[in-house]
Ligand binder design. Structure first.
Ligand code: 16G
Ligand code: MG
Length: 562
Protein backbone atom coordinates (compact mmCIF):
# COMPACT_ATOMS: atom_id res chain seq x y z
CA UNK A 1 0.00 0.00 0.00
CA UNK A 2 1.63 3.28 -1.14
CA UNK A 3 0.58 5.41 1.84
CA UNK A 4 2.29 8.54 0.51
CA UNK A 5 0.36 8.39 -2.77
CA UNK A 6 -2.90 7.82 -0.87
CA UNK A 7 -2.32 10.90 1.27
CA UNK A 8 -1.44 12.99 -1.79
CA UNK A 9 -4.62 11.97 -3.61
CA UNK A 10 -6.78 12.21 -0.53
CA UNK A 11 -6.00 15.91 -0.21
CA UNK A 12 -7.68 16.36 -3.60
CA UNK A 13 -10.81 14.78 -2.10
CA UNK A 14 -10.72 16.58 1.22
CA UNK A 15 -13.25 15.77 3.91
CA UNK A 16 -15.35 18.77 4.99
CA UNK A 17 -14.52 19.63 8.61
CA UNK A 18 -16.70 18.02 11.24
CA UNK A 19 -18.85 16.08 8.76
CA UNK A 20 -19.91 12.71 10.18
CA UNK A 21 -21.78 10.22 8.02
CA UNK A 22 -23.06 6.69 8.68
CA UNK A 23 -23.09 3.74 6.30
CA UNK A 24 -26.85 3.20 6.76
CA UNK A 25 -29.40 0.72 5.41
CA UNK A 26 -28.54 1.67 1.85
CA UNK A 27 -24.99 2.96 2.10
CA UNK A 28 -24.04 6.64 2.47
CA UNK A 29 -26.59 9.19 1.40
CA UNK A 30 -26.58 12.97 1.69
CA UNK A 31 -26.25 16.16 -0.40
CA UNK A 32 -24.01 15.42 -3.39
CA UNK A 33 -21.62 18.27 -2.59
CA UNK A 34 -20.61 16.56 0.67
CA UNK A 35 -19.71 13.25 -0.85
CA UNK A 36 -16.49 13.61 -2.83
CA UNK A 37 -14.25 12.34 -0.01
CA UNK A 38 -16.65 9.48 0.73
CA UNK A 39 -16.50 8.33 -2.90
CA UNK A 40 -12.69 8.38 -2.98
CA UNK A 41 -12.54 6.47 0.28
CA UNK A 42 -15.14 3.91 -0.84
CA UNK A 43 -12.89 3.30 -3.86
CA UNK A 44 -10.10 2.52 -1.38
CA UNK A 45 -12.37 0.31 0.73
CA UNK A 46 -13.67 -1.60 -2.29
CA UNK A 47 -10.07 -2.51 -3.15
CA UNK A 48 -9.46 -3.82 0.38
CA UNK A 49 -12.70 -5.81 0.33
CA UNK A 50 -11.82 -7.22 -3.09
CA UNK A 51 -8.37 -8.29 -1.87
CA UNK A 52 -9.90 -9.84 1.23
CA UNK A 53 -12.61 -11.80 -0.58
CA UNK A 54 -10.43 -12.47 -3.66
CA UNK A 55 -13.46 -11.45 -5.67
CA UNK A 56 -14.84 -8.60 -7.74
CA UNK A 57 -16.58 -5.95 -5.62
CA UNK A 58 -19.17 -3.45 -6.89
CA UNK A 59 -19.55 0.24 -6.14
CA UNK A 60 -22.86 1.90 -7.04
CA UNK A 61 -23.20 5.67 -7.07
CA UNK A 62 -26.86 6.49 -6.47
CA UNK A 63 -29.28 7.97 -3.94
CA UNK A 64 -32.22 5.91 -5.20
CA UNK A 65 -35.49 7.79 -4.54
CA UNK A 66 -33.88 10.82 -2.84
CA UNK A 67 -34.13 14.25 -4.48
CA UNK A 68 -31.90 15.01 -7.46
CA UNK A 69 -29.51 17.16 -5.37
CA UNK A 70 -28.60 14.19 -3.13
CA UNK A 71 -26.30 11.36 -3.94
CA UNK A 72 -24.97 8.24 -2.27
CA UNK A 73 -22.81 5.18 -2.58
CA UNK A 74 -23.00 1.55 -1.62
CA UNK A 75 -20.69 -1.42 -1.98
CA UNK A 76 -21.81 -4.73 -3.44
CA UNK A 77 -20.35 -7.98 -2.06
CA UNK A 78 -19.19 -10.97 -4.15
CA UNK A 79 -22.51 -12.73 -4.75
CA UNK A 80 -24.26 -9.50 -5.59
CA UNK A 81 -25.50 -9.03 -2.04
CA UNK A 82 -25.22 -6.01 0.27
CA UNK A 83 -21.93 -5.34 2.05
CA UNK A 84 -21.32 -7.52 5.15
CA UNK A 85 -22.20 -5.72 8.42
CA UNK A 86 -18.61 -5.74 9.79
CA UNK A 87 -17.50 -3.93 6.64
CA UNK A 88 -20.30 -1.38 7.03
CA UNK A 89 -18.49 -0.42 10.23
CA UNK A 90 -15.17 -0.16 8.40
CA UNK A 91 -16.90 2.01 5.80
CA UNK A 92 -18.20 4.37 8.49
CA UNK A 93 -14.77 4.61 10.17
CA UNK A 94 -13.00 5.29 6.89
CA UNK A 95 -15.51 7.89 5.72
CA UNK A 96 -15.27 9.81 8.99
CA UNK A 97 -11.47 9.65 9.51
CA UNK A 98 -9.78 13.03 9.61
CA UNK A 99 -7.15 13.49 6.91
CA UNK A 100 -4.20 12.88 9.26
CA UNK A 101 -5.78 9.61 10.49
CA UNK A 102 -6.55 8.14 7.10
CA UNK A 103 -3.40 6.01 6.78
CA UNK A 104 -3.86 4.59 10.25
CA UNK A 105 -7.51 3.72 9.66
CA UNK A 106 -6.66 1.96 6.39
CA UNK A 107 -3.96 -0.08 8.11
CA UNK A 108 -6.33 -0.85 10.98
CA UNK A 109 -9.01 -2.16 8.66
CA UNK A 110 -6.48 -4.25 6.73
CA UNK A 111 -5.26 -5.77 9.97
CA UNK A 112 -8.64 -6.38 11.56
CA UNK A 113 -10.03 -7.96 8.40
CA UNK A 114 -6.81 -9.88 7.63
CA UNK A 115 -6.52 -8.39 4.14
CA UNK A 116 -3.70 -9.83 2.05
CA UNK A 117 -2.32 -6.64 0.55
CA UNK A 118 -0.39 -8.56 -2.12
CA UNK A 119 -3.63 -9.93 -3.57
CA UNK A 120 -5.02 -8.45 -6.84
CA UNK A 121 -8.18 -6.37 -6.64
CA UNK A 122 -10.97 -5.76 -9.14
CA UNK A 123 -13.83 -3.29 -8.72
CA UNK A 124 -16.82 -2.61 -10.99
CA UNK A 125 -18.58 0.72 -10.87
CA UNK A 126 -22.05 1.87 -11.90
CA UNK A 127 -23.94 5.12 -11.54
CA UNK A 128 -27.44 6.56 -11.87
CA UNK A 129 -28.47 9.59 -13.96
CA UNK A 130 -28.00 12.33 -11.34
CA UNK A 131 -25.99 15.31 -12.61
CA UNK A 132 -23.44 14.75 -9.81
CA UNK A 133 -22.99 11.01 -10.40
CA UNK A 134 -20.39 11.13 -13.16
CA UNK A 135 -17.88 13.28 -11.23
CA UNK A 136 -18.47 11.30 -8.05
CA UNK A 137 -17.86 8.00 -9.80
CA UNK A 138 -14.54 9.41 -11.06
CA UNK A 139 -13.59 9.99 -7.42
CA UNK A 140 -14.36 6.32 -6.71
CA UNK A 141 -12.07 5.35 -9.58
CA UNK A 142 -9.36 7.61 -8.20
CA UNK A 143 -9.56 5.73 -4.90
CA UNK A 144 -9.45 2.34 -6.63
CA UNK A 145 -6.43 3.17 -8.77
CA UNK A 146 -4.35 4.80 -6.04
CA UNK A 147 -4.56 1.52 -4.09
CA UNK A 148 -3.49 -0.39 -7.20
CA UNK A 149 -6.91 -1.93 -7.98
CA UNK A 150 -8.10 -2.76 -11.48
CA UNK A 151 -11.58 -1.59 -12.41
CA UNK A 152 -14.32 -1.61 -15.00
CA UNK A 153 -16.58 1.40 -15.18
CA UNK A 154 -20.00 0.37 -16.51
CA UNK A 155 -21.17 3.97 -16.53
CA UNK A 156 -24.96 4.32 -16.36
CA UNK A 157 -26.65 1.28 -14.80
CA UNK A 158 -29.64 0.52 -12.63
CA UNK A 159 -28.63 -0.58 -9.12
CA UNK A 160 -29.83 -4.18 -9.72
CA UNK A 161 -27.86 -4.32 -12.97
CA UNK A 162 -24.67 -3.59 -11.03
CA UNK A 163 -25.56 -6.34 -8.52
CA UNK A 164 -26.08 -8.67 -11.51
CA UNK A 165 -22.66 -7.78 -12.98
CA UNK A 166 -20.89 -8.54 -9.70
CA UNK A 167 -22.69 -11.88 -9.37
CA UNK A 168 -21.88 -12.86 -12.98
CA UNK A 169 -18.21 -11.99 -12.64
CA UNK A 170 -17.76 -13.96 -9.42
CA UNK A 171 -19.43 -17.09 -10.78
CA UNK A 172 -17.39 -17.13 -13.99
CA UNK A 173 -20.34 -16.22 -16.15
CA UNK A 174 -22.48 -19.09 -14.85
CA UNK A 175 -25.17 -16.68 -13.73
CA UNK A 176 -25.04 -14.80 -17.02
CA UNK A 177 -22.80 -12.60 -19.15
CA UNK A 178 -21.45 -9.60 -17.23
CA UNK A 179 -22.56 -7.03 -19.81
CA UNK A 180 -25.74 -4.99 -20.19
CA UNK A 181 -26.51 -6.98 -23.36
CA UNK A 182 -26.02 -10.18 -21.32
CA UNK A 183 -28.55 -8.89 -18.79
CA UNK A 184 -31.11 -8.00 -21.49
CA UNK A 185 -30.59 -11.30 -23.29
CA UNK A 186 -31.02 -13.37 -20.15
CA UNK A 187 -34.19 -11.60 -19.04
CA UNK A 188 -35.84 -11.27 -22.43
CA UNK A 189 -35.20 -14.92 -23.34
CA UNK A 190 -36.72 -16.06 -20.04
CA UNK A 191 -39.70 -13.73 -20.46
CA UNK A 192 -40.46 -14.75 -24.04
CA UNK A 193 -40.14 -18.45 -23.24
CA UNK A 194 -42.23 -18.18 -20.11
CA UNK A 195 -45.10 -16.42 -21.84
CA UNK A 196 -44.86 -18.86 -24.79
CA UNK A 197 -45.27 -21.78 -22.39
CA UNK A 198 -48.74 -20.63 -21.49
CA UNK A 199 -51.30 -20.32 -24.23
CA UNK A 200 -50.34 -16.73 -24.91
CA UNK A 201 -50.74 -15.71 -28.52
CA UNK A 202 -48.21 -13.20 -29.67
CA UNK A 203 -49.25 -10.50 -32.07
CA UNK A 204 -46.87 -7.90 -33.41
CA UNK A 205 -48.04 -4.32 -33.42
CA UNK A 206 -46.07 -1.15 -33.68
CA UNK A 207 -47.06 1.53 -31.30
CA UNK A 208 -45.85 5.10 -31.68
CA UNK A 209 -45.90 6.03 -28.01
CA UNK A 210 -43.74 8.04 -25.69
CA UNK A 211 -41.65 5.03 -24.90
CA UNK A 212 -41.22 1.82 -26.76
CA UNK A 213 -42.95 -0.08 -29.42
CA UNK A 214 -42.94 -3.69 -28.64
CA UNK A 215 -45.28 -6.41 -29.62
CA UNK A 216 -48.51 -6.88 -27.76
CA UNK A 217 -49.86 -10.23 -26.71
CA UNK A 218 -53.26 -11.70 -26.36
CA UNK A 219 -53.90 -13.84 -23.32
CA UNK A 220 -55.21 -17.41 -23.22
CA UNK A 221 -58.66 -15.96 -23.06
CA UNK A 222 -58.24 -14.32 -26.42
CA UNK A 223 -58.48 -10.77 -25.10
CA UNK A 224 -55.88 -8.30 -26.11
CA UNK A 225 -53.62 -7.66 -23.09
CA UNK A 226 -53.54 -3.86 -22.94
CA UNK A 227 -50.23 -1.98 -22.74
CA UNK A 228 -48.50 -1.23 -19.47
CA UNK A 229 -47.78 2.40 -18.63
CA UNK A 230 -44.47 2.88 -16.82
CA UNK A 231 -43.50 5.96 -14.79
CA UNK A 232 -39.70 5.94 -14.89
CA UNK A 233 -39.25 8.61 -12.14
CA UNK A 234 -37.14 10.62 -14.63
CA UNK A 235 -34.35 8.19 -13.85
CA UNK A 236 -32.17 5.40 -15.16
CA UNK A 237 -35.14 3.04 -15.68
CA UNK A 238 -36.23 4.99 -18.76
CA UNK A 239 -32.85 4.63 -20.40
CA UNK A 240 -32.51 0.95 -19.62
CA UNK A 241 -36.07 -0.01 -20.64
CA UNK A 242 -35.41 1.87 -23.87
CA UNK A 243 -32.25 -0.15 -24.48
CA UNK A 244 -34.04 -3.38 -23.63
CA UNK A 245 -36.71 -2.72 -26.27
CA UNK A 246 -34.86 -4.39 -29.11
CA UNK A 247 -34.25 -7.55 -27.08
CA UNK A 248 -37.92 -7.89 -26.22
CA UNK A 249 -39.19 -7.80 -29.76
CA UNK A 250 -42.33 -9.63 -28.77
CA UNK A 251 -44.51 -10.15 -25.79
CA UNK A 252 -45.17 -6.83 -24.14
CA UNK A 253 -46.26 -3.31 -24.94
CA UNK A 254 -44.85 -0.59 -22.72
CA UNK A 255 -45.52 3.11 -22.75
CA UNK A 256 -42.88 5.07 -20.86
CA UNK A 257 -43.55 8.30 -18.96
CA UNK A 258 -41.28 10.57 -16.93
CA UNK A 259 -38.33 9.56 -19.05
CA UNK A 260 -36.11 12.41 -17.87
CA UNK A 261 -36.42 14.73 -20.85
CA UNK A 262 -38.47 17.32 -18.93
CA UNK A 263 -39.03 16.64 -15.22
CA UNK A 264 -36.62 16.33 -12.33
CA UNK A 265 -35.53 12.97 -10.93
CA UNK A 266 -38.06 11.57 -8.41
CA UNK A 267 -39.89 14.90 -8.30
CA UNK A 268 -43.64 14.25 -7.87
CA UNK A 269 -43.16 10.88 -9.53
CA UNK A 270 -41.59 7.47 -9.01
CA UNK A 271 -42.42 4.49 -6.78
CA UNK A 272 -41.62 6.23 -3.50
CA UNK A 273 -43.84 9.23 -4.30
CA UNK A 274 -46.74 7.03 -5.42
CA UNK A 275 -46.48 4.71 -2.41
CA UNK A 276 -46.09 7.40 0.24
CA UNK A 277 -48.67 9.84 -1.18
CA UNK A 278 -51.00 7.07 -2.38
CA UNK A 279 -51.65 9.02 -5.57
CA UNK A 280 -50.53 8.82 -9.20
CA UNK A 281 -47.33 10.49 -10.38
CA UNK A 282 -47.43 13.72 -12.28
CA UNK A 283 -46.69 13.48 -15.98
CA UNK A 284 -48.62 10.27 -16.60
CA UNK A 285 -51.88 10.13 -18.53
CA UNK A 286 -54.14 7.58 -16.86
CA UNK A 287 -57.55 6.40 -17.94
CA UNK A 288 -59.75 4.22 -15.78
CA UNK A 289 -58.73 0.57 -15.49
CA UNK A 290 -55.39 1.09 -17.22
CA UNK A 291 -52.52 -0.91 -15.75
CA UNK A 292 -49.74 1.43 -14.59
CA UNK A 293 -46.51 1.07 -12.61
CA UNK A 294 -43.75 3.26 -11.19
CA UNK A 295 -40.03 2.59 -10.78
CA UNK A 296 -37.90 4.51 -8.31
CA UNK A 297 -34.84 6.57 -9.31
CA UNK A 298 -32.40 3.65 -9.52
CA UNK A 299 -34.98 1.07 -10.67
CA UNK A 300 -34.85 -1.34 -7.77
CA UNK A 301 -38.42 -0.74 -6.61
CA UNK A 302 -41.76 -1.10 -8.37
CA UNK A 303 -45.42 -0.51 -7.47
CA UNK A 304 -48.53 -0.92 -9.66
CA UNK A 305 -51.75 1.09 -9.60
CA UNK A 306 -54.89 2.07 -11.53
CA UNK A 307 -57.98 4.25 -11.40
CA UNK A 308 -61.31 2.46 -11.17
CA UNK A 309 -64.42 3.56 -13.07
CA UNK A 310 -65.48 5.80 -10.18
CA UNK A 311 -62.17 7.63 -10.30
CA UNK A 312 -60.76 5.98 -7.16
CA UNK A 313 -57.03 5.40 -7.09
CA UNK A 314 -55.89 1.86 -6.21
CA UNK A 315 -52.31 1.15 -5.20
CA UNK A 316 -50.93 -2.35 -5.65
CA UNK A 317 -47.83 -2.40 -3.50
CA UNK A 318 -45.04 -4.86 -2.73
CA UNK A 319 -47.35 -6.91 -0.47
CA UNK A 320 -49.77 -7.60 -3.30
CA UNK A 321 -46.91 -8.28 -5.69
CA UNK A 322 -45.71 -10.93 -3.22
CA UNK A 323 -49.24 -12.38 -3.01
CA UNK A 324 -49.60 -12.63 -6.82
CA UNK A 325 -46.19 -14.18 -7.28
CA UNK A 326 -46.37 -16.63 -4.42
CA UNK A 327 -49.78 -17.91 -5.47
CA UNK A 328 -48.44 -18.51 -8.99
CA UNK A 329 -45.35 -20.26 -7.65
CA UNK A 330 -47.45 -22.39 -5.34
CA UNK A 331 -49.60 -23.56 -8.26
CA UNK A 332 -46.51 -24.54 -10.23
CA UNK A 333 -45.08 -26.36 -7.24
CA UNK A 334 -48.30 -28.36 -6.91
CA UNK A 335 -48.02 -29.32 -10.59
CA UNK A 336 -44.48 -30.59 -10.27
CA UNK A 337 -45.40 -32.39 -7.05
CA UNK A 338 -42.03 -31.85 -5.40
CA UNK A 339 -41.68 -31.11 -1.75
CA UNK A 340 -39.94 -27.76 -2.12
CA UNK A 341 -40.60 -25.33 0.73
CA UNK A 342 -41.70 -21.79 0.04
CA UNK A 343 -41.56 -18.90 2.52
CA UNK A 344 -42.64 -15.28 2.23
CA UNK A 345 -40.61 -12.60 4.00
CA UNK A 346 -42.11 -9.22 4.91
CA UNK A 347 -41.39 -6.32 7.28
CA UNK A 348 -43.57 -4.68 9.92
CA UNK A 349 -44.84 -2.35 7.18
CA UNK A 350 -46.65 -5.21 5.43
CA UNK A 351 -50.36 -4.58 5.48
CA UNK A 352 -52.14 -6.82 8.02
CA UNK A 353 -54.52 -8.01 5.30
CA UNK A 354 -51.64 -9.25 3.17
CA UNK A 355 -50.17 -11.29 6.01
CA UNK A 356 -53.59 -12.75 6.78
CA UNK A 357 -54.19 -13.58 3.09
CA UNK A 358 -50.83 -15.29 2.70
CA UNK A 359 -51.17 -17.31 5.90
CA UNK A 360 -54.85 -18.14 5.92
CA UNK A 361 -55.86 -18.32 2.26
CA UNK A 362 -52.63 -19.22 0.53
CA UNK A 363 -51.34 -21.27 3.45
CA UNK A 364 -47.75 -20.15 3.03
CA UNK A 365 -45.54 -19.40 6.04
CA UNK A 366 -44.80 -15.70 6.50
CA UNK A 367 -41.79 -14.26 8.34
CA UNK A 368 -41.11 -10.71 9.48
CA UNK A 369 -37.66 -9.08 9.49
CA UNK A 370 -36.29 -5.63 10.18
CA UNK A 371 -36.64 -3.01 7.44
CA UNK A 372 -33.91 -2.97 4.78
CA UNK A 373 -33.30 -5.31 1.90
CA UNK A 374 -30.33 -7.08 3.43
CA UNK A 375 -32.47 -8.42 6.28
CA UNK A 376 -35.21 -9.76 4.00
CA UNK A 377 -32.73 -11.17 1.50
CA UNK A 378 -30.88 -13.00 4.23
CA UNK A 379 -34.05 -14.58 5.63
CA UNK A 380 -35.31 -15.55 2.15
CA UNK A 381 -32.12 -17.56 1.60
CA UNK A 382 -33.34 -20.07 4.20
CA UNK A 383 -36.01 -21.52 1.90
CA UNK A 384 -36.01 -23.57 -1.30
CA UNK A 385 -38.04 -20.68 -2.67
CA UNK A 386 -37.88 -17.44 -0.68
CA UNK A 387 -40.24 -14.67 -1.77
CA UNK A 388 -39.43 -11.31 -0.24
CA UNK A 389 -41.00 -7.92 -0.77
CA UNK A 390 -41.11 -4.76 1.28
CA UNK A 391 -44.46 -2.98 1.05
CA UNK A 392 -42.61 -0.15 -0.72
CA UNK A 393 -42.00 -2.42 -3.73
CA UNK A 394 -38.48 -3.63 -3.10
CA UNK A 395 -38.07 -7.38 -3.54
CA UNK A 396 -37.41 -10.50 -5.54
CA UNK A 397 -37.62 -14.30 -5.29
CA UNK A 398 -34.60 -16.42 -4.40
CA UNK A 399 -34.20 -20.09 -5.36
CA UNK A 400 -31.79 -22.35 -3.48
CA UNK A 401 -29.20 -24.19 -5.57
CA UNK A 402 -30.86 -27.49 -4.65
CA UNK A 403 -34.29 -26.27 -5.77
CA UNK A 404 -32.83 -24.95 -9.01
CA UNK A 405 -31.17 -28.28 -9.78
CA UNK A 406 -34.33 -30.24 -9.01
CA UNK A 407 -36.40 -27.97 -11.24
CA UNK A 408 -33.87 -28.21 -14.10
CA UNK A 409 -33.87 -31.97 -13.88
CA UNK A 410 -37.69 -32.15 -13.96
CA UNK A 411 -37.77 -29.79 -16.92
CA UNK A 412 -35.75 -32.40 -18.84
CA UNK A 413 -37.10 -35.68 -17.61
CA UNK A 414 -40.63 -35.61 -16.30
CA UNK A 415 -43.84 -36.28 -18.22
CA UNK A 416 -45.74 -33.56 -20.09
CA UNK A 417 -47.72 -31.53 -17.52
CA UNK A 418 -45.00 -31.72 -14.91
CA UNK A 419 -42.40 -30.80 -17.47
CA UNK A 420 -44.36 -27.76 -18.58
CA UNK A 421 -44.62 -26.48 -14.98
CA UNK A 422 -40.93 -27.21 -14.35
CA UNK A 423 -39.96 -25.31 -17.51
CA UNK A 424 -42.01 -22.35 -16.38
CA UNK A 425 -40.22 -22.42 -13.04
CA UNK A 426 -36.90 -22.67 -14.85
CA UNK A 427 -37.67 -19.49 -16.75
CA UNK A 428 -38.93 -17.78 -13.61
CA UNK A 429 -35.58 -18.51 -11.94
CA UNK A 430 -33.82 -16.79 -14.84
CA UNK A 431 -36.26 -13.90 -14.86
CA UNK A 432 -35.90 -12.99 -11.19
CA UNK A 433 -32.73 -11.15 -10.26
CA UNK A 434 -31.12 -13.48 -7.68
CA UNK A 435 -28.79 -10.77 -6.41
CA UNK A 436 -31.21 -7.92 -5.60
CA UNK A 437 -34.75 -6.60 -6.00
CA UNK A 438 -35.05 -5.34 -9.57
CA UNK A 439 -37.91 -3.25 -11.00
CA UNK A 440 -37.32 -4.39 -14.60
CA UNK A 441 -37.16 -8.06 -13.72
CA UNK A 442 -40.11 -7.88 -11.28
CA UNK A 443 -42.17 -6.07 -13.91
CA UNK A 444 -41.49 -8.79 -16.46
CA UNK A 445 -42.47 -11.54 -14.00
CA UNK A 446 -45.67 -9.72 -13.05
CA UNK A 447 -46.60 -9.10 -16.68
CA UNK A 448 -45.96 -12.74 -17.51
CA UNK A 449 -48.06 -13.98 -14.59
CA UNK A 450 -50.96 -11.63 -15.39
CA UNK A 451 -50.91 -12.71 -19.04
CA UNK A 452 -50.60 -16.42 -18.27
CA UNK A 453 -53.43 -16.30 -15.73
CA UNK A 454 -55.53 -13.97 -17.89
CA UNK A 455 -55.84 -11.59 -14.93
CA UNK A 456 -56.69 -7.90 -15.17
CA UNK A 457 -55.15 -5.44 -12.75
CA UNK A 458 -58.53 -5.19 -10.98
CA UNK A 459 -58.73 -8.95 -10.48
CA UNK A 460 -55.22 -8.92 -9.06
CA UNK A 461 -56.14 -6.06 -6.74
CA UNK A 462 -59.19 -7.99 -5.55
CA UNK A 463 -57.05 -10.76 -3.97
CA UNK A 464 -57.62 -8.94 -0.67
CA UNK A 465 -58.49 -5.47 0.60
CA UNK A 466 -55.75 -3.48 2.32
CA UNK A 467 -56.45 -2.25 5.83
CA UNK A 468 -56.44 1.57 5.89
CA UNK A 469 -53.09 2.80 7.17
CA UNK A 470 -51.07 5.94 7.78
CA UNK A 471 -47.36 6.68 8.06
CA UNK A 472 -46.05 9.78 9.84
CA UNK A 473 -42.67 11.20 10.79
CA UNK A 474 -41.72 12.77 14.13
CA UNK A 475 -38.65 14.95 14.67
CA UNK A 476 -36.75 14.21 17.87
CA UNK A 477 -33.39 15.42 19.23
CA UNK A 478 -31.80 11.96 18.95
CA UNK A 479 -33.72 9.26 17.16
CA UNK A 480 -31.42 6.56 18.60
CA UNK A 481 -33.23 6.90 21.95
CA UNK A 482 -35.76 4.62 20.32
CA UNK A 483 -34.61 1.02 20.21
CA UNK A 484 -36.81 -1.83 19.03
CA UNK A 485 -37.15 -5.60 19.12
CA UNK A 486 -39.35 -8.26 17.48
CA UNK A 487 -38.47 -7.11 13.93
CA UNK A 488 -39.13 -3.47 14.90
CA UNK A 489 -42.69 -4.17 16.06
CA UNK A 490 -42.00 -3.39 19.74
CA UNK A 491 -40.18 -0.40 21.22
CA UNK A 492 -37.80 -1.31 24.06
CA UNK A 493 -36.78 2.26 24.87
CA UNK A 494 -37.63 4.93 25.91
CA UNK A 495 -39.40 3.49 28.95
CA UNK A 496 -43.16 3.65 28.82
CA UNK A 497 -43.46 4.18 25.06
CA UNK A 498 -44.52 0.64 24.18
CA UNK A 499 -47.12 0.54 27.00
CA UNK A 500 -48.56 3.81 25.73
CA UNK A 501 -48.72 2.44 22.16
CA UNK A 502 -50.41 -0.74 23.41
CA UNK A 503 -53.08 1.30 25.20
CA UNK A 504 -53.69 3.50 22.15
CA UNK A 505 -53.97 0.48 19.86
CA UNK A 506 -56.66 -1.00 22.13
CA UNK A 507 -58.91 1.99 21.42
CA UNK A 508 -59.21 1.07 17.71
CA UNK A 509 -60.52 -1.94 15.81
CA UNK A 510 -58.27 -4.29 13.77
CA UNK A 511 -55.46 -1.97 14.72
CA UNK A 512 -51.70 -2.17 14.94
CA UNK A 513 -49.01 0.48 15.36
CA UNK A 514 -45.25 0.64 15.71
CA UNK A 515 -42.44 3.20 15.71
CA UNK A 516 -38.81 2.95 14.57
CA UNK A 517 -35.91 5.30 13.96
CA UNK A 518 -35.44 5.80 10.21
CA UNK A 519 -32.23 4.43 8.71
CA UNK A 520 -32.15 7.04 5.96
CA UNK A 521 -33.57 10.27 7.45
CA UNK A 522 -33.20 12.05 10.77
CA UNK A 523 -36.74 11.22 11.93
CA UNK A 524 -38.74 8.62 13.82
CA UNK A 525 -41.26 6.81 11.63
CA UNK A 526 -44.73 5.98 12.88
CA UNK A 527 -46.99 3.38 11.26
CA UNK A 528 -50.61 2.68 12.14
CA UNK A 529 -53.38 0.63 10.58
CA UNK A 530 -57.00 0.12 11.59
CA UNK A 531 -60.43 -0.77 10.24
CA UNK A 532 -61.11 2.72 8.83
CA UNK A 533 -58.97 5.54 7.46
CA UNK A 534 -60.19 7.91 10.22
CA UNK A 535 -59.20 5.39 12.84
CA UNK A 536 -55.76 4.73 11.27
CA UNK A 537 -55.17 8.50 10.99
CA UNK A 538 -56.09 9.21 14.57
CA UNK A 539 -54.08 6.25 15.91
CA UNK A 540 -51.01 7.41 13.93
CA UNK A 541 -51.48 10.91 15.32
CA UNK A 542 -51.86 9.70 18.91
CA UNK A 543 -48.73 7.53 18.60
CA UNK A 544 -46.82 10.51 17.12
CA UNK A 545 -47.75 12.58 20.16
CA UNK A 546 -46.52 9.80 22.45
CA UNK A 547 -43.20 9.67 20.57
CA UNK A 548 -42.90 13.44 20.75
CA UNK A 549 -43.49 13.45 24.49
CA UNK A 550 -41.52 10.37 25.50
CA UNK A 551 -38.64 10.41 22.99
CA UNK A 552 -37.57 14.04 23.07
CA UNK A 553 -39.55 15.66 20.26
CA UNK A 554 -38.20 18.91 18.86
CA UNK A 555 -40.00 21.83 17.19
CA UNK A 556 -43.75 22.03 16.99
CA UNK A 557 -45.66 19.13 18.48
CA UNK A 558 -47.40 16.88 15.88
CA UNK A 559 -50.69 18.33 14.61
CA UNK A 560 -53.64 16.26 13.36
CA UNK A 561 -53.43 16.69 9.59
CA UNK A 562 -56.19 14.57 8.15
C1 16G B 1 -33.55 1.91 2.26
C2 16G B 1 -33.64 0.43 2.03
C3 16G B 1 -35.07 -0.01 1.91
C4 16G B 1 -35.86 0.44 3.13
C5 16G B 1 -35.68 1.90 3.38
C6 16G B 1 -36.25 2.27 4.72
C7 16G B 1 -32.10 -0.92 0.76
C8 16G B 1 -31.42 -1.15 -0.54
N1 16G B 1 -32.95 0.07 0.80
O1 16G B 1 -34.01 2.64 1.16
O2 16G B 1 -35.10 -1.39 1.81
O3 16G B 1 -37.23 0.16 2.99
O4 16G B 1 -34.30 2.22 3.41
O5 16G B 1 -35.99 3.60 4.98
O6 16G B 1 -31.88 -1.62 1.73
P1 16G B 1 -36.17 4.22 6.42
O7 16G B 1 -35.22 3.48 7.34
O8 16G B 1 -35.83 5.65 6.24
O9 16G B 1 -37.59 4.01 6.80
MG1 MG C 1 -34.00 2.39 -5.03
Amino acid sequence: MDLEAITKHSVLHAKPNGLILQYGTAGFRTKAEHLDHVMFRMGLLAVLRSKQTKSTIGVMVTASHNPEEDNGVKLVDPLGEMLAPSWEEHATCLANAEEQDLQRVLLDISKKAAVDLQQDAFVVIGRDTRPSSETLSRSVIDGVTVLGGQFHDYGLLTTPQLHYMVYCRNTNGQYGKATVEGYYQKLSKAFVELTKQGCTVLALVSLPCVGIFLASHASCHGDEHPPLKVDCANGIGALKLGEMGRFLSQGLTLQLFNVGTKGKLNHLCGADFVKSHQKPPQGMEMKSNERCCSFDGDADRIVYYYYDEDGHFHLIDGDKIAALISSFLKELLLEIGENLNIGVVQTAYANGSSTRYLEEVMKVPVYCTKTGVKHLHHKAQEFDIGVYFEANGHGTVLFSKAAEMKIKQLAKESEDEKRKAAKMLENIIDLFNQAAGDAISDMLVIEAVLALKGLTVQQWDALYTDLPNRQLKVKVADRQVISTTDAERQAVTPPGLQETINNLVKKHKLSRAFVRPSGTEDVVRVYAEADSQESADSLAHEVSLAVFQLAGGVGESPQPRF
